[in-house]
Design a protein around this ligand. Structure first.
Ligand SMILES: NC(=O)c1ccc[n+]([C@@H]2O[C@H](COP(=O)([O-])OP(=O)(O)OC[C@H]3O[C@@H](n4cnc5c(N)ncnc54)[C@H](OP(=O)(O)O)[C@@H]3O)[C@@H](O)[C@H]2O)c1
Length: 292
């Protein structure tokens, strides 16, 4: 039995849809069984043969976290630890999602799993605390660091861009942060592959879709593919801007490409290119999810 935690979030919804399509046995919870309440978690698990806990819950407001670091750390740090301790008690495996924001972005080559972490902001620090708590718990775990997620449930960069492109004549987008957009459906498939393999070594893995682009490149492709799919219905220009000209509350890594060699080897994964996944999402996923 799989216990999906955080099934009402963007990734959690996608994971739940995948588990349903594969007709797997699972239970799913979100806020109603808080990951901060060990007794409630234990009660919920009682009598259920939980073999895997998949944690898609978290505090994900990157900018707000700068003003709410205690809350972010409570949920992403202590909450992840509570789930890990429960997993250890139940002898279940924990699959947990972390982030590229644990790195400072000063590298020029894709980040490896054991590269030194050095988060630039509160959100990254809180996620790193979660990773540490999981390691300390003694449970069997897989921590998958991922990046630049977008998905059917949103909200995401893709949703915001499509809205702005339909409202404005031009949109400025930063062109000095490099990474890889990742569709939640692709990530959910990778998370499930760990369960299907059921023997992967405990540890940290990196997953993103393939490719190396800036947010500006991403926006241009959203415009092109979104227009073809009939989701952008007026002309709009995308202007490249520097991060310094777009002050956000939280600092973000300028370079957050993740090396996927380890996960590719471990799971024999074929990782889709970001632009193929984006096109598929805009032609199939976006309408399906936003009209139902
Ligand atoms: N989005 C990205 O670009 C990105 C990139 C890298 C890594 N990640 C990681 O990927 C994971 C999923 O991200 P996402 O974007 O799908 O997140 P999301 O949409 O914000 O979903 C998180 C879910 O967790 C729930 N939650 C919050 N506190 C909880 C608690 N105490 N107990 C139980 N549930 C709680 C949230 O409920 P409320 O909505 O009520 O708060 C929400 O339903 C997170 O671990 C995130 O750090 C995301």
């Amino acid at each position: 039995m799989i216990w999906l935690v955080g099934n009402k979030g963007m990734l959690g919804r996608e994971m739940e849809a995948l588990l349903r399509r594969r007709r797997l046995n699972f239970i799913a919870t979100d806020r109603e069984v808080s990951i901060l309440e060990p007794a409630a978690l234990r009660r919920h698990a009682a009598g259920t043969p939980v073999a895997w806990i998949v944690n898609c819950a978290g505090y994900t407001a990157v900018d707000k976290a700068e003003d709410e670091e205690d809350l972010a750390t409570e949920i992403n740090g202590r909450g992840a630890g509570c789930l890990a301790e429960l997993a250890a008690e139940l002898d279940a495996g924990l699959i947990h999602v972390s982030t590229d924001y644990v790195f400072d972005g000063r590298k020029a080559e894709p980040y490896l799993e054991d590269d030194v972490t050095n988060p630039l902001g509160a959100y990254g620090r809180s996620k790193l605390k979660g990773e540490e708590a999981i390691r300390a718990s003694g449970c069997r775990y897989v921590i998958v660091r991922t990046a630049w997620l977008y998905g059917t449930a949103g909200p995401s960069f893709v949703h915001t861009m499509l809205r702005l492109m339909n409202e404005r004549d031009s949109v400025g987008v930063v062109d000095d942060q490099i990474g890889s957009p990742t569709h939640t459906g692709d990530l959910a498939g990778a998370l499930l592959a760990f369960i299907e393999k059921d023997g992967a070594s405990s540890g940290v893995y990196h997953y993103s879709d393939e490719g190396r682009i800036s947010w500006f490149d991403f926006a241009r492709e959203i415009l092109r593919a979104g227009s073809e799919a009939g989701l952008v219905t007026r002309r709009c220009r995308i202007d490249p801007i520097a991060s310094a000209a777009y002050p956000a509350r939280a600092r973000r890594p300028a370079f957050s490409l993740l090396s996927k060699e380890k996960i590719r080897r471990e799971l024999d994964l074929v990782i889709p290119r970001w632009d193929r996944s984006l096109r598929r999402f805009l032609t199939e996923g976006f309408r399906r999810w936003n009209e139902t």
